[in-house]
Design a binder for this molecule. Structure first.
Ligand code: GLU
Length: 923
């Protein structure tokens, strides 16, 4: 049974292998020179090789051109000294079954590896400047570096266009003679002359000998000598043809010698010129022209760099060197070609011994696929002609200005031999240029930036549209005096990873189908790589649109709501303390001991109304605003009672007022209060506009919550990502859905849709700008016009008009008052507690004073020591055993002697007059 299963599995496996052909992971080899002099560059090339393989791996699920391509990089360092060792290493590698070899850079070893690959029919890809003039097909080998014949054509064209008749060529080695051969042909008897000056004596920069210090010094002397000769010969046009490795040193010396002055015109042939620090020459006045293969402003370059900035250790795209960039493109091209081979052929890799006669039968097909495949990479369009040389090479002509290198022309190897010079635009002329020009301005019908005008008559042209964006472009056109034609474009622009092109508004601007775009077009880093934006005319941030919170139904115990729990507990505590104090102070206060029978002058017993129960009853009576039959008599107890009543008055009034508010105002119940809460729940759906800047914000964010939200949104994209803002708003109104939207649009919506509101603050800050072509000369003028409009308040006025007034604005204006009631906390009523505490303390102190005074009076009157009297009085008070006290002194003194309030004072401190009547009086 087990054997049977195993056999079935084996059969399935074999059939899979047969159907899919190639094994899953195929090995490509990168050979990198271990050369001290070129160590940095070789490391850069190796890094690019590995990085590009990684990108292929990452993109193989998303990018159709790379689907299922799984390359495994095999990095091998080779010593360039011994070809024998190189051959051993290569043979070792091909024996294991590989599909391609990349590198090395060193001429001799590269040619050697190439010949091995040719024999075994394994594709070989190099990215080095090859000075071989031959234009014959090179078997299975491909070189991504522009061929020397293409380069010599551009040098020739450049010299023609610059109208140089005589010039000097400062060259590094004999390879230059091949590159310059077209220029050398210009020599004739009519005054055209070309002079060659050698920079040094055959010093091999790639391989500096260990004792090379003297050589370098010697070379410098020679180098200077060549330059001095140019200087003395008074030649003003110079071509410097050397490798990037020595270029910086050569330029330095040229400046020292004085051939980089105002009267000199220099062409540097090295394609890595832009990677040097050119600041020392920026202000020398020299007319300095160079060439570059990598356009640092190309969106692909910018995007790739953005992804690998840290990995490659580069700050900006201008630091990208040609050979490492070519290696990156080489792997990308190879991967695409291999995908085609895989689709076309059911083959596999082959272990090839160098000493056998075996060849890889698919090598030639793979090489052909590479020649027929085209891709856009860091070095522009990577495309080959029939002979395996790069075609459609586009080189930028750059000029060194005080602001750095400026692109002044473009040359394409296929489109003819002319250079497309970019016309120089002087800033001061731009306004003139704008006048009376007609531009195509793209708008979108997104409220309130663009609407179709409502009219009974048939409108034509720009009259058909109105809106905030339309008004702004109109105001700008009036300032800059240009004409414009509005065109509606729904799609703002999306970058297609496959075609490497932009769609929509941005695509049209890039391809010159339109000049400007104005709508709620957010300025983003990605878009800024494709087009230029003006300064923002509006600032905003992302927020959440959600339906307005529902009202909370009143609870059974809503009567407790006016005070916070803290206040309620303090209130209870204060009530108990004050009641106890009434009890204690009642006993202490002599005036509270009263003769219950005022008619009996010498009462045997005195009574105190502040019994334990009465004290509590008196206090609660005040809180309930009902009072009680108990009335304090002593000054201290009255003081205390007044404060307590004051306290109760304030507390009860506050309670009543707040209760009224609570009962009339229903508090809203919020489902979530911010984006974190929204992300952490799962019953409310949320989303943003499909392919909009808001979604991009979540896509590119490193914040864990936003990442999680992006994952959720893309996983449910059909459900939660509407194509337009208005569809999102509709969903908010009808479903349990929150729409992540830009605050300016939310402001517009909440003016009109009263059932929705903004939840939480802004997640970011950004702005809307007017898009125009990269390096547009009009940007400066547009910025100035926008500034003028915003400083004059016109933009705010337009905003008010389109947000609050036109098209249903102001519908949901609220009266401004807050419609929610808040419970009162300690901070609201703490003052009353404070007053009460102070009053209680004062009353207590006064009670003690009263007691001591009374004890002193009694001790004098009764002739007992003060201490004894005080002790007996305190003992009685502390007993708390009743509200009646027996007269403490036998043989009380006569009334006339009685100065104390105690013992004889009737309640409320007055002595009723007893009027005795007899029956005879009536007569
Ligand atoms: N303003 C956005 C954009 O430029 C569209 C709206 C949004 O994404 O929220 O793509």
């Amino acid at each position: 049974m087990v054997t049977k299963c195993l056999l079935i599995l084996l059969a399935i496996f074999l059939s899979c292998v047969h159907v899919s052909g190639f094994i899953k992971k195929v090995v490509i080899v990168g050979l990198f020179d271990q050369n001290e002099a070129d160590m940095k560059q070789n490391l850069d090339i190796q890094r690019m090789f590995e990085s590009s393989v990684k990108v292929v791996k990452e993109e193989r699920h998303e990018n159709e051109e790379l689907s299922n391509v799984f390359l495994k990089p095999e990095v091998t360092d080779i010593e360039t000294d011994t070809l024998f060792e190189v051959s051993l290493k290569v043979c070792e590698l091909v024996k294991t079954g590989i599909v391609g070899i990349f590198g090395p850079q060193e001429k001799l070893t590269a040619e050697y590896v190439q010949s091995i690959c040719d024999i075994l029919e394994v594709p070989h890809i190099s990215v080095r400047q090859d000075s071989s003039e031959s234009t014959q097909s090179r078997g299975l080998s491909l070189n991504l570096y522009p061929h020397v014949s293409s380069l010599s054509r551009i040098y020739d064209q450049l010299v023609t266009d610059l109208k140089w008749k005589s010039f000097a060529i400062l060259y590094e080695n004999t390879d230059s003679l091949i590159r310059m051969h077209l220029l050398l042909k210009r020599w004739d008897s009519h005054g055209n002359s070309a002079f060659m000056y050698h920079l040094g004596h055959g010093l091999n920069y790639r391989k500096i000998p260990r004792t090379s210090i003297n050589c370098i010094a010697w070379h410098r002397i020679l180098c200077r000598q060549a330059m001095k000769k140019i200087k003395t010969s008074e030649i003003e046009n110079i071509i410097i043809d050397c490798s990037s490795k020595i270029l910086s040193e050569v330029l330095k010396q040229a400046q020292q010698v004085g051939i980089l002055s105002e009267k000199h015109r220099v062409i540097v042939t090295c394609l890595d010129l832009q990677t040097l620090d050119l600041e020392p020459y920026q202000y020398s006045g020299v007319n300095f022209t160079g060439l570059r293969l990598i356009d640092p402003e190309d969106p692909i370059v910018q995007q790739t760099l953005k992804k690998h900035k840290k990995e490659w250790g580069l700050d900006d795209a201008s630091q990208l060197q040609v050979e490492p960039a070519l290696m990156y493109d080489a792997v990308q091209l190879f991967a695409r070609a291999f995908k085609q081979l895989k689709d076309a052929i059911k083959g596999d890799v082959k272990n090839l011994p160098c000493d056998g006669s075996d060849r890889w039968e698919h090598g030639l097909s793979l090489s052909n696929f590479m020649r027929s495949t085209e891709t856009r990479g860091l070095t522009g369009l990577v495309k080959f002609d029939r002979d395996g040389f790069r075609s459609n090479i586009q080189l930028d002509i750059v000029r060194l200005t005080e602001n750095g290198l400026k692109k002044i022309g473009i040359w394409n190897s296929t489109n003819g031999k002319n250079i497309d010079w970019i016309p120089e635009t002087k800033e001061s002329n731009i306004e003139l240029n704008l006048q009376n020009k007609t531009f195509i301005v793209l708008i979108s019908l997104t409220e309130p930036y663009g609407y179709v005008k409502e009219s009974h008559t048939n409108l034509i042209g720009n009259e058909r549209y109105e809106g905030f964006g339309v008004d702004i472009i109109d105001s700008i056109s009036q300032i800059l005096k240009f004409n414009y034609t509005l065109q509606v474009e729904k799609d703002y622009g999306v970058f297609n990873n496959r075609t490497k092109e932009w769609s929509g508004m941005l695509g049209k601007i890039r391809t010159d189908q339109a000049d400007f775009a104005i709508t709620d077009l957010t300025i983003t880093e990605e878009r800024q790589m494709a087009v230029d934006f003006t300064n923002p005319f509006m600032n905003l941030g992302i927020s959440i649109l959600f339906r307005k919170p529902g009202k909370k139904s009143p609870s059974l115990f809503s009567f407790l709501s006016p005070f916070s729990n803290e206040v309620w507990s303090y209130l209870i505590g204060v009530y108990i303390i004050v009641s106890l104090l009434f009890f204690v102070m009642g006993r202490l206060c002599p005036a509270e001991w009263n003769n219950p029978y005022p008619c009996i002058e010498e009462a045997e017993e005195l009574e105190n109304q502040f019994t334990f129960k009465n004290a509590f009853w008196f206090a609660i009576g005040a809180i309930m605003q009902q009072g009680s039959e108990i009335a304090p008599i002593g000054i201290s107890t009255r003081m205390m009672a007044s404060l307590w009543w004051f306290f109760c008055l304030i507390m009860v009034s506050s309670y009543t007022a707040n209760l009224a508010a609570f009962l009339t105002v229903e508090t809203p119940v919020k489902s979530f209060e911010n984006v974190e809460e929204l992300a952490n729940q799962n019953h409310i759906k949320y989303g943003a506009k499909y392919a909009g800047a808001t979604l991009k914000f979540f896509q590119h964010s490193d914040h864990s919550t936003y990442k999680k939200m992006y994952d959720y949104m893309t996983a449910n994209k059909d459900e939660v990502l509407p194509k337009e803002n208005k569809h999102g708003v509709e969903k908010v109104k009808t479903e349990d859905y929150a729409f992540l939207m830009e605050s300016s649009s939310i402001e517009y919506i909440v003016e009109r849709e009263c059932a929705v509101s903004q939840v939480g603050g802004l997640l970011d800050e950004k702005g809307y700008g007017i898009a125009m072509k990269k390096n547009s000369p009009y940007r400066h003028n547009f910025n100035a016009a926008i500034l003028k409009l915003s400083e004059s308040g016109s933009i705010s006025e337009l905003k008010k008009k389109w947000w609050e007034e036109k098209r249903g604005g102001g519908k949901c204006k609220e009266d401004g008052g807050s419609n929610s009631a808040e419970e009162l906390g300690v901070p609201h009523v703490g003052g009353v507690f404070f007053v009460l505490t102070i009053g209680v303390v004062l009353s207590f102190v006064y009670t003690i004073f009263e007691l001591l005074w009374d004890v002193a009076q009694t001790s004098i009157r009764e002739n007992v020591p003060f201490k004894e009297e005080l002790m007996s009085e305190l003992k009685f008070i502390i007993k708390f055993s009743g509200s009646k006290s027996t007269r403490r002194r036998n043989g009380a003194s006569s009334k006339s002697e009685n100065n104390s309030t105690r013992e004889c004072t009737p309640p409320y401190g007055f002595i009723p007059t007893v009027i005795t009547t007899s029956p005879t009086d009536d007569k």
